[in-house]
Design a protein around this ligand. Structure first.
Ligand code: HEC
Ligand code: HEC
Ligand code: HEC
Ligand code: HEC
Ligand code: HEC
Ligand code: HEC
Ligand code: HEC
Length: 384
């Protein structure tokens, strides 16, 4: 615990330094107005940015075909879909589930998917509005009922190819048909889901949820692009007027940028009990706990191992060179200033298979990759 507090302090200290540094550079550049758009230079994902218009990924694709070709087909690019486009529902419906007397059915009718819950006597049916999650592990359904957005009580799970109880919803038999339906979401909770799984689509004072573009695409990470597109068309990109995360240092990138959606160390620490077993899903938190890896070093930032514009690499050999950027490959190899971390006494390849093990999260019916890099001893519990 003392260790954790120390790490929180370290991170807060580093962030404070970063902010101070940023404050200073803004002061300096403020005089010459070199990068006038200060709101974009402080851009972070999953936050509203007032006043600047969003143009949509197809506009970016005109000039950045390379990034667009792959990014828009990744699971992140499809982190949500409108029901009409939802691959899982198009190909897997009807989906069914039973909990005590309550039956669940999701059926497909042309472009529509209908979520129906029954108790033998009565039923409630609502059209699905959005599918949340590509279904790598699972997918949850968002619909409207009685004026509020709802999160479905049951979700699709890839491993089951069918429905089961949604993570963090009670497994107990519901107390009523209304209760069986799912969870009504506060405006804040709805906003939260959308800010991590969609891309804002309006330039008005507040992006409107139902007009949001499904999936995490260009402007979810680079900020609203209206000014950049205008500047590019005018061939005046001295100030590109778009956020480039390459300007962040490694900790800012992992914790504040990717961590805005994947959950930073600080956010998880502020959850009671660090989010419990579920924190296996929160890679920025997990990696920041790894002994020897809490450093502000680009070789360990999220983009050292993952290009957010490309598909996730599943071949574990791909990651060896990432580890060997710091670790020696044998005890005989001489240390250099850049590569001084110890060699493995066991193996010189497939590092991630042993040191980043796959850990099952039973409620998601899925094995996540533990980003808490460590020596795994047989029989030892997964650290939380
Ligand atoms: C009319 C063409 C055009 C359009 C449309 C366009 N860009 Fe660009 N963009 C450029 C050019 C040219 C550059 C500078 C050269 C380069 O990096 O490719 C650039 C640079 C960038 C950079 C790097 C900026 C930096 O600080 O170095 C990012 C990030 C970017 N664009 C993202 C986007 C996004 C996101 C969209 C859609 C909202 C978009 N662009 C739309 C032409 C365009
Ligand atoms: C705006 C929110 C958001 C941001 C910012 C974000 N992600 Fe994601 N990411 C998601 C969501 C949501 C998913 C889940 C997609 C799905 O499977 O439905 C995801 C999935 C992923 C995956 C898994 C893809 C797969 O094939 O299963 C990787 C890897 C990933 N993100 C890396 C990153 C990295 C690296 C960054 C920072 C450069 C980042 N993400 C920033 C929201 C975000
Ligand atoms: C703070 C950002 C954030 C919020 C808020 C959020 N998610 Fe996610 N969600 C993610 C990220 C990042 C992932 C990918 C990592 C993972 O699977 O946990 C993800 C994954 C998922 C998955 C699994 C996707 C897959 O392909 O397996 C589902 C389903 C999902 N979210 C549904 C929801 C729903 C429904 C809500 C709102 C009630 C919500 N999420 C709110 C960030 C968020
Ligand atoms: C999940 C977040 C995320 C999404 C979505 C995303 N990017 Fe990026 N983008 C990044 C990060 C992070 C970098 C910096 C990468 C680095 O430093 O290696 C980057 C860099 C870039 C650059 C600058 C490349 C360079 O050579 O400097 C361009 C251009 C770009 N992105 C365009 C796009 C376009 C177009 C889309 C949509 C099709 C898009 N990005 C979607 C995170 C994202
Ligand atoms: C040293 C390399 C490395 C770094 C750094 C790294 N990852 Fe990963 N990541 C991996 C490996 C290995 C996998 C598993 C790939 C596979 O087998 O499918 C993975 C998988 C993922 C997945 C897919 C879900 C899962 O658990 O399997 C997400 C999401 C993800 N990483 C996000 C991130 C984020 C966010 C960061 C930054 C905090 C990050 N990663 C940093 C190596 C890395
Ligand atoms: C930025 C450099 C860097 C990268 C990249 C890196 N490591 Fe490390 N690693 C270190 C340092 C430094 C230590 C601490 C060494 C010490 O003090 O004994 C360490 C420690 C370790 C330990 C021992 C941890 C413990 O609990 O004793 C393991 C295992 C490990 N690394 C595996 C990996 C693997 C596997 C990868 C790739 C997925 C990787 N590392 C990537 C620098 C790095
Ligand atoms: C087959 C599983 C396996 C693979 C593959 C593997 N390791 Fe290990 N590694 C271990 C085990 C087990 C230990 C603990 C050995 C001990 O303490 O006796 C260990 C120890 C380590 C240590 C701690 C060394 C020290 O002196 O404290 C580091 C660092 C490390 N491995 C890095 C790596 C890297 C980098 C790779 C890939 C080049 C890798 N490992 C591949 C199982 C593996």
């Amino acid at each position: 615990m003392g260790d954790r507090v120390k790490r929180t302090l370290t991170l807060s200290f580093l962030l404070a330094c970063a902010l101070l540094y940023l404050g200073e550079s803004l002061l300096i550049s403020g005089q010459g107005q070199t990068r006038g758009n200060t709101s974009l230079s402080r851009w972070r994902p999953a936050r509203d940015l007032n006043g600047v218009g969003y143009v949509g990924a197809s506009a970016c694709a005109e000039c950045h075909a390379k990034e667009a070709r792959t990014q828009l087909t990744t699971p992140m690019g499809h982190a949500s879909e409108r029901a009409a486009d939802c691959e899982v529902l198009k190909t897997r419906a009807p989906l069914t589930f039973r909990n005590g007397p309550y039956t669940y059915r999701i059926t497909r009718d042309g472009d529509r998917s209908i979520y129906t819950v029954g108790d033998g006597a009565a039923t409630i049916s609502e059209p699905v509005l959005f599918c949340f999650g590509q279904g790598v592990a699972g997918q949850t359904y968002i619909f409207r009922h009685g004026g509020a957005f709802y999160e479905s009580r049951v979700s699709y799970f890839q491993a089951l190819q069918n429905l089961d109880i949604t993570i963090l919803h009670p497994r107990a038999v519901p107390s009523s048909l209304e209760d069986a339906l799912g969870r009504p979401m506060s405006q804040e909770a709805t906003q939260g889901c959308f800010s991590c799984h969609t891309t804002p689509a309006t330039g008005g004072p507040r992006p409107q949820l139902e007009r949001a573009a499904p999936g995490v695409s260009c402007e979810a990470c680079h900020g609203p692009g209206e000014r950049h597109v205008a500047a590019a068309r005018a061939k005046n990109l001295k100030d590109p007027q778009i956020f480039n995360p390459a300007s962040l240092d490694a900790l800012e990138l992992s914790q504040e940028f990717c961590g805005a959606c994947h959950q930073s160390f600080d956010t998880v620490m502020s959850l009671a009990g660090q989010g419990g077993a579920g924190n296996i899903r929160f890679q920025p938190y997990r990696i920041f706990n790894s002994r020897g890896h809490l450093v502000n070093d680009r070789r360990l930032s999220c983009v050292a191992c993952h290009d957010p514009h490309e598909q996730l690499q599943h071949d574990e050999a791909y990651y060896d060179s990432k580890c060997l950027a710091c670790h020696l490959s044998s005890a005989k190899e001489p240390k250099t200033e850049a590569r001084a971390a110890p060699a493995c006494p066991v193996s010189a390849k497939q590092c991630a298979t042993c040191h980043m093990p796959k850990v099952e999260l039973p409620e998601m019916h899925y094995k996540f990759t533990d980003h808490w890099i460590r020596v795994v001893r047989p029989g030892e519990a997964v650290p939380r």
